[in-house]
Design a protein around this ligand. Structure first.
Ligand code: SAM
Length: 391
């Protein structure tokens, strides 16, 4: 393999010192032996190789580090990484599901790559030129390790544009059906691989589904931004008095009804409504529910729009808090990476203040264990949530 050489500026070795998976262009003194963006590279501090990764000269994050050592980037390397991730995920999830995130990008030391496993099928997402270049080695390794029936590539993240890449949707191996059925904590869900959001399913909310269900018995619940109503279904099974599932997408609610049916519940037993949650909440009388889940889509992907996102989160949380009876619960989430937990807490504080409600944080929530984070990299901590007791 031909590696580019990336020489760091003197005194700009902070990324190396902190073992960050990202090296920014400003820290680079010179690039030699460069052939193309996405090329594997060795990172030099003086005449010493300190890291191996891949380079993109078009982006602010110029190098994504695969290992802080001088290593080969080949099938054996990918195999080691994937085996470690599989062992970790399967050990931690203890057979509770046949669907999990096998590779969570930087969290699993494979920047730019997501691999989700849905039973016998794998869905791969590459967000960088470097990962696109490694695809030809990745596929045979995935086939050897998992013997899947099929591998689908769904590389559709907006960050591909920054890398100068088009969206890619293709079958990389075998045959892939449009849908599969997975089992999580004893419940079955349809995963829309072809047309669904993300890689087809919100795997990250697995543990939160369980936590929310633990508190649902007897409650009048609203599942706002419900997608395929997985949280609603868990609350129903846990004995909620009623569940109102609301989403803007008709397709999502069609999936939701099928998920209910798949688990032996007539969809008529709960409510499903296509609506914009903001309008829906604005029209609801106060004190209507005693459990509300707010799991909106990402409100911002860029620093320029963080201000608008803060306003948006505050508004929906304020509305939701007004609709909750004293003694009720709010489970509120944000999946915007640019809104960290500290900021999210502040937003919820202002929402409670303006709603005039005494809301108490009883639990902090996050993505489940298969969405691990590298201690050397905070940036991919995207999903955060709070469980609030509304007195
Ligand atoms: C993060 S997902 C929810 C995932 C879901 N809680 C789960 O665990 O499967 C966000 C959902 O919000 C929906 N959505 C986006 N904008 C909306 C809006 N203004 N009103 C209602 N739903 C909206 C999307 O269709 C999507 O299904």
């Amino acid at each position: 393999m031909d590696f580019a050489e990336v020489h760091l500026k003197r005194g700009r070795d902070e990324a190396v010192a902190e073992k960050s998976p990202w090296i920014f262009s400003g820290a680079i003194h010179a690039v030699r032996e460069f052939e193309h963006d996405g090329q594997p590279c060795k990172v030099f501090l003086g005449d010493r190789i300190v890291a191996t990764g891949y380079i993109n000269t078009q982006t602010n994050i110029a190098v994504r580090v695969l290992e802080y050592a001088d290593v080969e980037i080949d099938r054996a390397f990918l195999c080691r990484r994937l085996e470690t991730s599989r062992t970790m995920k399967e050990t931690l999830l203890q057979g509770s599901t046949d669907a999990y995130r096998l590779v969570h990008a930087e969290g699993d030391l494979l920047p730019g790559l997501v691999v989700d496993r849905y039973g016998d099928y794998l869905v791969v997402q590459s967000s960088t030129a470097g990962m696109d270049a490694l695809r030809k080695d990745l596929v045979p390794v995935l086939v050897d390790l998992f013997r899947p029936m099929g591998i689908l590539e769904k590389s559709t993240s907006t960050s591909r544009k920054t890398e100068g890449l088009e969206e890619v949707r293709q079958v990389l191996y075998g045959e892939v059906p449009d849908e599969v059925v997975i089992t999580e904590h004893g419940l079955r869900y349809v995963v829309d691989l072809a047309g669904g959001q993300k890689t087809g399913f919100f795997l990250d909310q697995r543990e939160n589904r369980r936590i929310i269900a633990q508190h649902a018995a007897g409650r009048t619940a609203l599942n706002a931004y419900c997608y395929s109503a997985t949280i609603g279904l868990c609350m129903h099974k846990a004995g909620a008095a009623s569940v109102h599932n609301v989403d803007l997408s008709e397709g999502a609610l069609a999936l939701a009804a099928r998920n209910y049916a798949l688990n032996g519940i007539a969809p008529g037993e709960d409510e499903f409504q296509v609506a914009d949650v903001k309008d829906f909440l604005a029209e609801m009388p106060d004190d209507r529910y005693d459990l509300v889940v707010l799991d909106p889509p990402k409100f911002t992907a860029s620093k320029r729009t963080v201000g608008a996102a803060i306003k948006g989160y505050k508004h929906i949380n304020m509305l939701a808090l007004r609709k909750i009876q004293p003694g009720g619960l709010l489970f509120t989430f944000s999946c915007s990476g640019l809104v960290d937990m500290e900021l999210f807490r502040k937003i919820v504080f202002y929402a409670a203040k303006d709603a005039g409600r005494d809301a108490r944080i009883v639990r902090a929530l996050s993505a489940d264990v298969d969405h691990c984070l590298s201690v050397y990299h905070r940036e991919n901590e995207y999903l955060k949530g709070l469980m609030l007791y509304v007195a």
